[in-house]
Design a protein around this ligand. Structure first.
Ligand code: FAD
Length: 489
């Protein structure tokens, strides 16, 4: 029997969960997610969510800062849509129980790089986890929403530029599910790079899947590298939130001297592309550090409890010690092209969150605008969708046979490492045309030589990593001049 849902949402981060909660009055929603429901990038966000709610702030200032960070490559109407709807969704998050940090009953505001005002609303240094767990609880108590965990979206079912559903891997079997609204909220791509702040789920599945189905992608060359990831050998590149610099932390070179004044009048609070490149230049002479030891110890411990605890465990007391840092792949500014209704060029196919390219971020994302973009577009568009969708007639799509995996685990992990190395070396923070050409040749060769089997998450993710890496490299090759976070030497 054909399995039909009014809405199918792929992904359980802020974009997928917010869309589902706001559309559930109109019909039955199925959320599928490839790991557990909580597994998302959203869960790792530390710093906060931007909105122009401060006394000295206004929409114009937020718009101006967003455009400036994005090197004016942004789509103005999308920026306005996000900024003007922002405060409403902060209020909604507060009302459903997100425990934002308060100062005498008002929301506390902090500042981050590229913002001219204090406009970041936060919940300690675990804003993402607070939002994710609150949204998950709301979804679990909504009778119109069903969540399937450990189900992998393989490909979209598209005929004549219309999407009818998708093929999934569920309990090791391939099956099809159908809907009149298919929502991609599959997050980012960080795992295509050797060093990244992103969790394991960020393998570019949505972008690869959408491209295979004929959806347009844009601005994929604009990968944001976060300037301050922990830099210790054999340790994950744990993110040290930008909010530390917002609260006054300094960047120091190997001689223990501040250097950002050489690169920007905004010093440590310059936008991420400027700070990341400054760090990479300083790294040519030695290690770079983040220093918040001059701030009150109790304040630091209370303001950054998670970072304090995590680093203390590995022998760094951030109230006394400087923190070794470096850049790591962090955020995809481009993605699957959508309009102000969340629609892609394929009928019935929508995209939200990091997977989508609304045009908000331009060539470089302004810090803490991503949670905002994800919640505003997904929620507002879900609310504006009109009637309950009608169950149409669906064309037949042949189901792929479930196949046996023939690649060994060793083979798969070797190939993954190879792609990540290629991307880090040639399509990273500083790029050259020669390096990009080398990368594309290597990636295309891997595409020709490596046989994938539609049999496990690991194989499917690797295929998506390779497809997304190739798309990003091709996009980077097409842009000959530096812009925002695409830097050509
Ligand atoms: C360490 C870190 C800190 C950050 N801090 C901030 C911050 O302070 N402020 C801010 O604004 N932004 C921050 N960001 C960015 C922000 O967290 C993300 O851009 C945002 O959470 C993305 O939300 P999303 O819903 O689009 O995707 P995600 O939260 O990544 O969710 C994607 C979902 O899709 C699922 N999925 C993916 N592929 C498939 C598939 N094939 N089949 C089924 N399911 C699939 C995943 O399992 C996951 O549930 C941070 C990012 C990182 C990594």
């Amino acid at each position: 029997m054909m399995e039909y849902f009014d809405f199918i949402v792929i992904g359980s981060g802020i974009a997928g969960l917010s869309f589902s909660l706001n559309v559930a009055k109109k019909g039955k929603v199925l959320i599928i997610t490839k790991k557990e429901v909580i597994d998302s990038t959203t869960n790792y966000a530390q710093g906060g969510i931007a909105a122009a709610i401060g006394e000295l702030d206004d929409f114009e200032k937020h718009i101006k800062d967003t455009l400036e960070a994005g090197a004016y490559h942004n789509k103005l109407s999308a920026v306005e849509f996000m900024v003007k709807n922002g405060p409403k969704y902060i209020e909604e998050l507060k009302n459903i129980g997100v425990p934002f940090t308060l100062t005498s009953e008002e929301l506390s505001l902090t500042q981050e790089g590229g913002h001219s005002q204090k406009r970041i609303i936060y919940a300690g240094d675990h804003t993402g986890n607070s939002i994710e767990t609150t949204l998950v609880n709301a979804v679990k108590s909504n009778k119109n929403i069903t969540v399937w965990e450990n189900v992998f979206a393989i490909d979209l079912l598209v005929k004549n530029q219309t999407c009818y559903g998708l093929s999934i891997l569920k309990n090791k079997k391939i099956q099809h599910i159908y809907s009149s609204y298919i929502i991609m909220a599959t997050g980012g791509v960080g795992q295509i790079y050797k060093y990244t702040t992103n969790p394991k789920i960020s393998t570019g599945d949505g972008i690869a899947m959408a491209h295979r189905a004929g959806a347009k992608t844009k601005d994929l060359e604009f990968i944001q590298f976060h300037p301050t990831a922990l830099n210790l050998p054999h340790r994950q590149k744990f993110l040290i939130s930008e909010a530390l610099r917002g609260e006054g932390a300094y960047l120091l070179n190997h001689e223990g001297k501040r250097f950002m004044q050489k690169y920007s009048p905004k010093k440590e609070l310059a936008s991420r592309d400027i700070v990341s490149r400054a760090i990479s230049i300083e790294e040519e002479s030695g290690k770079v550090y983040l220093d918040i030891t001059h701030k009150d110890k109790t304040f630091v411990k209370n303001r950054f409890p998670q970072i304090y605890k995590k680093l203390k465990k590995i022998g760094i007391d951030i109230t006394k010690d400087i923190i070794p840092i470096t850049s790591a792949a962090h955020y995809m500014c481009g993605g699957v092209v959508v309009n102000l209704k969340g629609e892609t060029n394929i009928k019935n196919l929508y995209a939200f969150g990091e997977t989508a390219c609304t045009g908000v971020h331009g060539a470089n994302r302004l810090a803490s605008n991503s949670l905002l973009e994800a919640i505003v577009f997904s929620s507002e568009i879900a609310k504006r969708l009109k009637a309950k969708p009608k169950q149409n007639k669906f064309p037949e799509f042949p189901i792929l046979k479930t196949v046996v995996c023939r690649n060994t685990a060793k083979n798969l992990s070797y190939t993954k490492r190879l792609i990540k190395e290629i991307m880090w070396k040639n399509v990273g923070l500083v790029r050259t045309t020669g390096g990009l050409k080398k990368a594309i040749l290597k990636l295309e060769k891997l595409k020709q030589d490596f046989k994938f089997y539609t049999c496990s998450d690991t194989e499917l993710e690797l295929k998506n990593i390779l497809d997304t890496a190739t798309l990003i490299t091709r996009a980077a090759l097409k842009r000959h001049n530096s812009l925002g976070c695409h830097y050509i030497r």
